[in-house]
Design a protein around this ligand. Structure first.
Ligand code: SF4
Length: 164
């Protein structure tokens, strides 16, 4: 729906891409879209963002949406911010339009995220470290010493990792 609204406003999206694939296909992802063009509804209207631009969208509850609006993406979520850095890195695009829809009110928040080469390199090094360690059967330290840590609760390897 949000993508359709953006298209109605004049943003022209690329056809869906095959996404990101690296490390022999073990690392994969997919951007929500790439905005490549601008077809203004009113002749002469300038495009309000730099193009091309990766587009990433999230829907979130009212309290989270307000928090994002207040804090901006980098502070709000290093995960989402890291995700768009990686997408820009692989797609060689230097900005992302990050959109978030408030699932309670349907308000939309937009933020432009610039590519940061040093941050992307740091994340890429982390990803490579995980794959290298896995190939060498090296056991990396757990993310937490506490098995009730919230990320562990969602982890598909919980039982193996904590030997439960
Ligand atoms: S349960 Fe998952 S997230 Fe938690 S430490 Fe183990 S592998 Fe990492």
């Amino acid at each position: 729906m949000c993508r359709r609204w953006l298209s109605d406003a004049g943003f022209v999206f690329d056809k869906p891409s095959s996404g990101i694939s690296d490390f022999d296909g073990k690392f994969q992802g997919h951007e929500d879209g790439v905005i490549r063009g601008w077809a203004p509804r009113i002749v002469g209207d300038a495009c309000p963002i730099a193009l091309p631009s990766v587009w990433e969208h999230k829907a979130m509850k009212d309290d989270q949406w307000k928090k994002l609006q207040k804090e901006k993406l980098k502070k709000f979520s290093s995960t989402y911010h890291g995700q768009v850095m990686i997408e820009m890195h692989y797609m060689k695009i230097s900005q992302t339009l990050f959109s978030a829809t408030n699932a309670n009110t349907m308000e939309i928040y937009h933020e432009m995220i610039p590519y940061d080469a040093s941050e992307a390199a740091m994340i890429m090094a982390k990803i490579a470290r995980v794959f290298d360690a896995t190939h060498l059967c090296e056991l990396l330290p757990r993310i937490s010493a506490d098995n009730s840590y919230y990320l562990c609760k969602y982890c598909p390897f919980y039982n193996i990792c904590w030997k439960v």
